[in-house]
Design a protein around this ligand. Sequence first.
Ligand code: SAH
Length: 239
Amino acid sequence: MAWRCSGTTNAQLIENMWRSGLITDTRAKEAFLKVDRAHYAPSSPYEDSPQGIGHLATISAPHMHAMAIENIISYLLPSESNPAPRVLDIGSGSGYLTHLLAELVGERGLVVGLEHIPALQRLGESNMRKSTEGREFLDSEKVIFRLGDGRLGLKEPARKGDEARGTAWDVIHVGACAKELHGDLIEQLKAPGCMFIPIDDDDNGVLQSVWRISKDKDGKVTKKNICGVRYVKLTDPPI
Ligand code: SAH
């Protein structure tokens, strides 16, 4: 089903995902329509498949990005009780999902793309600079690309003057497959908060499942296995 969502334009790709039921939330659809995947994919940007971006990394397939957004959207949108959601996008790679997230968090929201390969940190940022909206996100520091080991999350304030907002995240998206559900990431999740994370099913690391981890307002953590997936690994940086 998912592969049939390919289109010849960005709008067609998104419309096909909408018709297939991969995108069901109109606010998610609007965000997808605002971000041209051609700014982030090196080839065949409107094909519903992953594409290599160098350094053994890939921009995930559009249907995977749709699944991620659909699972976390209620935690991404600004509300009266939380007008400035903070989002950590671990393994930001091409920067495409980072941009989508920034479209959803509202005026005062913050999205940090965290990469462990310097060239990919730069790639995410330079891809985002291809559009006016992307440049505005970067110049206003609504979006920041940082270098670091995503397995540890990001504990310090992401930008100057942000100290009062704390260092916990409303949403943590992990774009690479973890060996385990890292304790630092659970700890850095706000209560309430939500994490989307692919994890190896066993020690062989062949089969993987993506999990939705939610923390309620009292700090109780619930884990839901969404489906089997195939992601690049969350690892040490290559030498
Ligand atoms: N969401 C990205 C996915 C890129 S592939 C996109 O769709 O473009 C996964 C990314 O995770 C790669 O860019 C890889 O460099 C990064 N990665 C792997 N291990 C990491 C780690 N320990 N810390 C941070 N990033 C990591």
